[in-house]
Design a binder for this molecule. Structure first.
Ligand SMILES: Cc1cc2nc3c(=O)[nH]c(=O)nc-3n(C[C@H](O)[C@H](O)[C@H](O)COP(=O)(O)O)c2cc1C
Length: 244
């Protein structure tokens, strides 16, 4: 039996709060239990098939699909609803070339001049990444997610944002899911340090690159590392009693 609002000693919103700020009824869709299980299984299977390719086709992708993925990502919950993200998109060959060249320069130092320590290089060995980033020019789109470290209001006033990294991480996850769901592929890419993206994309001081996404169709026949994912009991812990 569902509880009613009368069971709560502290209803939300309180009458005082609602007098000060607008509220609306939650638009919640409930499914019958069998349909819930079916939907859960379908989504789990869909997402289990997601992989990050490192060779993309140059087949064009219409801008409206990229916009849809960004709108979906932007539905993410965020600290104090600040939505502290900017998705900077380009399909312009000259911009993609500039990004590729700068990324390869940073990655050359990482991989060939040992800016990455041995442990890091060891972790990457099964993936076999290197400083070649041709896919950044070949994929039809690059979207760079910038975290908005603080908000700058039209009058120039600065306002703090909250839980910026957590919020951007969730938005990035939704973005990846949206891209996969529409039948495209993406590779979260972090050629660190990524400050060059601020310069190449002319972003303001309050934004910092978070992760870059080349997006497109995977090159037919592309290979990905033969990775399995952790089993449920490796990633889920059930707790039935408090520790103390
Ligand atoms: C935050 C983040 C940063 C990543 N950076 C890179 C990167 O710079 N280069 C790269 O080739 N892959 C990068 N990846 C992709 C991972 O290597 C990949 O997700 C992982 O190997 C699992 O493979 P899958 O995505 O196919 O499941 C990154 C992934 C995440 C989430």
């Amino acid at each position: 039996m569902d509880r009613s609002e009368l069971d709560y000693k502290h209803p939300y919103p309180s009458p005082e709060l609602e007098a000060e700020h607008p509220f609306r009824s939650l638009d919640f869709v409930e499914y019958p239990p069998e349909e819930m299980a079916e939907r859960a299984a379908v989504f789990e299977t869909l997402m289990a098939h997601r992989r990050s390719p490192r060779l993309f086709s140059d087949r064009p992708v219409p801008r409206n699909l990229i916009e849809s993925a960004i709108r979906t990502a932007s539905t993410a919950p965020s600290g104090a609803h600040r939505q502290p993200w900017r998705f900077v998109a380009t399909s312009a060959p000259a911009v993609k070339r500039a990004i590729r060249e700068a990324a390869e320069e940073e990655e050359r130092v990482n991989y060939l001049e040992n800016r990455m320590n041995d442990e890091w290089q060891e972790a990457l060995a099964p993936i076999g990444t290197d400083h070649h980033k041709e896919f950044l020019e070949i994929a039809p789109w690059i979207v760079v997610l910038f975290e908005e470290r603080y908000e700058v209001r039209p009058d120039g006033e600065q306002r703090k944002n909250y839980y910026v990294k957590e919020s951007c991480g969730i938005a990035a996850g939704l973005f990846v899911a949206a891209v996969h769901n529409m039948g495209l592929a993406t590779l979260p890419h972090t050629p660190s340090p990524m400050a060059f993206l601020t310069r190449v994309l002319a972003r303001p001081e309050n934004e910092r690159p978070f992760v870059m996404f080349p997006i497109g169709y995977p090159l037919p026949g592309v290979k990905v590392p033969d990775f399995d994912r952790k089993a449920l009991d490796e990633v889920m812990v059930m707790v039935d009693e408090p520790a103390d």
